[in-house]
Design a protein around this ligand. Sequence first.
Ligand SMILES: [Zn+2]
Length: 441
Amino acid sequence: MPQNTVHALSRDAMRQLQMERLQTTLNRAYFNVDFYRKRMDALALLPEDVGSFEDLRRFPFTTRHDLTEHYPYGLFAEPLKSIVRLKITTPPLRDEGKPIVMGFTRHDVAMWLSLMVRVYEQLGITDRDILQVAFNFSLFPGAFTFNQAAEALGATLAPSATISATLQLQIMQDFRSTVLATTAAFALHIVETLERQGKDARDMDLRLVLLGPEPLSEVTRERLESVFKVPVHGLYGVTEMVEPGVAGECEKKEGLHLAEDQFLAEIVHPVSGERVASGQEGELVLTTLTAEGYPLIRYRTGDITVLREGPCSCGRTTVRMAPVLRRTDNRISLRGITFYPDDVEKILRASDPVLEDFRLVIHTSYGIGQQMEILLVRPMDRDFPGGSRSQYLELQRSHVRRVLGLGARIQLVERERLPMEGLFHKTVFRNISPWYGTEKD
Ligand SMILES: [Zn+2]
């Protein structure tokens, strides 16, 4: 049974709540943020002109580029005096090192926390649970919200931030942890360790696994559930808004319930920006509905998903979204580090101007999580920067590690051996989805 009344609202009541909050947000943006006022003035739009959700379509999208352009405080809707928390995103190389800074008021922080509590509650986590929250907190600041929400719920927090899989299992056993929250990659590593030790997860008290911030694929879920022998769930967040907590699964695993009282969701075609028909796949566009410090209007998340309307078999009425397994911009998130294929290309070419082509392949193996492999094509008769062939490869490896903070296996291959289906390279993506084709051509 849904604990939270938001989940029990009829569709009409939810739409009405959203419309009221949307109008407040538009007013806040218009009167407090130059960027939004100028845009609205240019379109001769006033906040009160928006009387329906259809009217919102007249508003331009807000993009990541807009956010970097107004670094640091240009999009804040509250004076710094009211801001209690600042958040910064890692700048992708392509933005020339410009980060995004977001600000949150006391109300925003409380809302953020309440959404994570909601994620826990809809999975049936209570004050009787012992939560083991295993994230690298410096790579994923959203991990703090996992901790704070556990405490807010009255659950017991087991200490386990950045320790080895072996120690995680030791703690799980000794502390009798009932919930494990971590990344999919690390959960796979723990599972591998458990198997190596020849232990049975049923001898522990674990009853649920919650994974983030990367989306949970069904393949990973199946593998983890087969060893942990407990349900494995995913959640969703948007770094520029609330991470985690925008959406989370319930026990039924029929999609992620979106916090519609806090975010207005649209699905648009990634290229045309037109709304797609209900139930069709497209890019998720979100408008914050109560954010005070950093309101975002029609923000293009870059995440590809599908929304499902209609009540879930758990009884909740909020719309559900599919896990985000693709992005419009090929953004890659590996071990908590976010980058683009273009970033890798820039790094490789900086060391080798005659580089002809490359493929970036992300291998997901159950033992060691995800690993990056880079295949290079260059004329073999040209001198290798750094000296010999092996010195050249070492040079590229250390360059990638220094700039991205990630290790990679790098190989030189003949052009014929370059896989057509190598992941994450734009020429390959062109074959996979017509959207990218239209955009790049
Ligand atoms: Zn449900």
